[in-house]
Design a protein around this ligand. Structure first.
Ligand code: IVH
Length: 667
């Protein structure tokens, strides 16, 4: 079998397994066997770059290299749906439909209204060519690379009967489980939380880093097939056909034949939707026949043949006990409402964040007010209003604190933001404890045995006042703490010892430099190589680094201006913590192009020519200046010179486009 044939075969097999796994939820192969197939395909594509295909399943992981979104016009505008909130309004919709169809009988398709962000995918000849967000309904962002990372989306269609030119629309979703995971990670990193899976899904889809998108666990459920040559004359059958082509279609789509059946469908899902793994905010009812849809037509904003039925938002009224002010790792103060416990969507709510001073003032919160708590699509309860009619006589407005509730230091307002911080970085217990908790965390120094409670004990006992003190701990000092036995103490000391091998990029993240997150730390470490260079690089140079914006650059400068911070870094270095990238890190990133000579020609979108030259070298390749027999392939951008193209054809030198080239790089 030729490599070409094997690659085609592997792509077919892998796509089929992806489909079984991500769409049908019926894997028929072990993860390990699947990875082996993928590795074999990767190897073929690496050995034969000319056989690579941007739609190969090996490129699902995404690259970090998207630099901006293009926009594209929608072939057919993406409209929204009219909303209804009661069975009466739904009946009125049926009456309108009946009227519009001059009394003709009609069938209804009932569907979930998934609460994510909509996407339009275009397939030509069964191959995904473009994914566009709704945008303003007429034009949207082209997010194809990000969409390709979603495993349940078929890159090439299976089965038969799909139109040569197909558009399919669906909702990009972040399942509750992934949403919770993402938010707890963000809470830990003190990054702002996503209010609901919808915001998280649309935020994720717009990330400039497909690699990060790939990690987030997005999914898509499709609900609308469009094309001039669809196989069936009704919506339901076309959806089922799309399912056979490899698309994920909700299992809860139903054909409904009477208003009674519609009402049953509504009352069933009003309760049952809570058990679904994804967020829904209602149901959608659609006239099934495409001919009838055409007859009914559209208003300027929405189809006359479909309606959304919105579930009532779940809310409850409860009394405010008091507002507490909590201090985070970076000193940020968050007001939190502490409530009389109230039952909401099956959980007891006792606390809800008030976010910041502006939000608190907008609510005009008074002591012991009755507050509306809402969950709706949001998992984190939210205060949406105050019932002023129940305000008690003589109660005063709740004021934002002026001093740190933990250490008493006057608060400082963050310029340009509604946020207040406690500036007492080294004397304020929750900040110290927060930084230490972050430092020892799994994604940072990963020191086993030191959890939240242990941190509190270490701080309270005065044994640890800053992150460098961790390296002065001994078994004796640890066993002096209440409840710490010899075995536990030894485990901690072992963990501390092992943390000295943690790579430098994670050390940078562990330092808690405000605004420097996990990605920023990696970029800084890789671009500058060691801590002294990071500490001494001027602002103008810092902002040149990818992902380092003005606010982050300023924060890095401020951090290293502080003598105490510099001293801590010095003590960490003396303790043996990694303060530089390993030797030669910046020279070779991989051996992808080892022994290969590559000629660059034309103009590019993602990187400059010089950057491509550097990329080739850092992955072991050589840059050739002219096309010859020795050229392994040409990296061709737009407007490649015709002479070069001709020569390449004559010598049989493969010509690789920019996207395919980027896809060859290790992810
Ligand atoms: S049909 C022309 N079906 O709701 C009608 N939309 O307000 C096209 N949505 O933008 C929409 N689930 O993002 C349809 N089963 C479903 C849906 C659904 C969620 C979203 C979609 C659309 C919005 C309409």
């Amino acid at each position: 079998m030729s490599p070409q044939q094997r690659a085609d075969e592997l792509r077919r097999i892998i796509n089929a397994h992806n489909y079984r796994y991500y769409v049908l939820n019926e894997p028929s192969i072990s993860d390990r066997d699947f990875d082996n197939l993928l590795k074999e395909l990767e190897q073929i594509e690496k050995d034969h770059p000319e056989l690579d295909d941007p739609l190969s399943p090996t490129h699902r992981v995404g690259s970090d290299l998207t630099t901006g979104f293009e926009q594209a016009m929608h072939i057919r505008p993406m409209l929204s749906l009219g909303n209804t909130y009661s069975v009466e309004e739904v009946d009125a919709f049926f009456a309108r439909v009946k009227d519009g169809l001059e009394g003709e009988e009609f069938e209804i398709v009932g569907e979930m209204k998934f609460d994510g962000t909509s996407i339009s995918l275009i397939y030509e000849d069964g191959r995904l060519v473009r994914a566009v967000t709704r945008g303003d309904g007429t034009r949207g962002d082209v997010v194809t690379e990000n969409i390709k990372t979603i495993r349940s989306i078929p890159l090439t269609l299976q089965g038969e009967g799909w139109p040569h030119s197909l558009e399919i629309r669906g909702e990009v979703l972040l399942p509750w489980k992934e949403f919770d995971r993402l938010n707890s990670e963000r809470a830990f990193n003190e990054e702002p939380l996503f209010a609901n899976p919808r915001n998280a899904a649309s935020g994720t889809l717009k990330l400039m880093a497909p690699k990060e998108v790939a990690k987030r666990g997005l999914d898509v459920i499709f609900y609308y097939v469009l094309g001039d040559t669809l196989p069936y004359d009704n919506h339901y059958d076309n959806l089922m056909a799309a399912r056979s082509w490899g698309f994920k279609i909700s299992e809860h789509v139903r054909l409904l034949h009477s208003t009674e059946q519609v009402n049953e469908y509504i009352s069933y899902w009003e309760k049952e939707r809570k058990a679904l793994p994804v967020a829904t905010d209602g149901l959608v009812l659609k006239v099934n026949s495409l001919k009838q849809q055409l007859n009914l037509g559209f208003t300027a904003k929405s189809p006359r043949w479909a309606i959304a039925y919105k579930f009532p938002a779940e809310r409850a009224l409860t009394r405010l006990r008091y507002v507490s002010f909590e201090v985070g790792r970076m000193g940020l103060i968050t007001p939190v409402s502490n409530l009389e416990p109230v039952l909401l969507s099956g959980t007891v709510v006792k606390r809800a964040s008030l976010h910041n001073q502006d939000i608190m003032q907008r609510l005009d919160l008074h002591e012991h007010d009755m507050l509306w708590v809402e969950k709706g699509g949001e998992i984190i309860p939210k205060i949406t209003g105050v019932d002023e009619s129940q305000r008690l006589n003589g109660t005063k407005p709740v004021e934002f604190v002026t001093h740190c509730p933990a250490c008493g230091t006057p608060l400082v307002r963050v310029e340009g933001e509604a946020a207040w911080v406690c500036p007492n970085k080294f004397g304020c217990t929750p900040q110290i404890a927060g930084r230490i908790e972050h430092f020892v965390g799994r994604r940072m120094m990963n020191i086993e045995g030191i959890g939240e409670e242990m941190v509190q004990q270490l701080v309270d006992s005065g044994l640890v006042k800053d992150i460098a003190d961790i390296y002065d701990l001994t078994v004796e000092r640890l066993t002096s703490l209440e409840g710490v036995a010899d075995k536990g103490a030894r485990r901690i000391i072992k963990g501390i010892e092992e943390s000295k091998q943690v790579p430098f990029e994670r050390v940078v993240y562990a330092l808690s430099i405000p605004y420097v997150g996990e990605t920023g730390s990696k970029k800084l470490a890789r671009a500058l190589g060691d801590i002294d260079t990071i500490a001494s690089t001027p602002y103008e140079k810092l902002v040149e680094i990818e992902d380092i914006g003005p606010r982050i650059a300023e924060s890095i400068i401020n951090y290293f201006k502080n003598e105490k911070k510099r001293e801590i870094v010095q003590r960490l270095r003396e303790a043996g913590v990694q303060m530089a990238m390993p030797d030669g890190h910046d020279l070779t990133l991989s051996e992808t192009f080892a022994g290969k000579t590559i000629v660059i020609s034309g103009t590019f979108t993602h990187h400059s020519r010089d950057e491509y030259k550097a990329i080739i070298e850092s992955h072991g390749g050589k840059n050739g200046s002219s096309v010859s027999k020795k050229t392994d392939f040409i990296l061709a951008g737009d407007n490649m010179g015709p002479a070069k193209l001709e020569k390449a054809a004559k010598l049989g030198v493969p010509v690789i486009d920019e996207e395919s080239f980027l896809g060859m790089l290790p992810q």
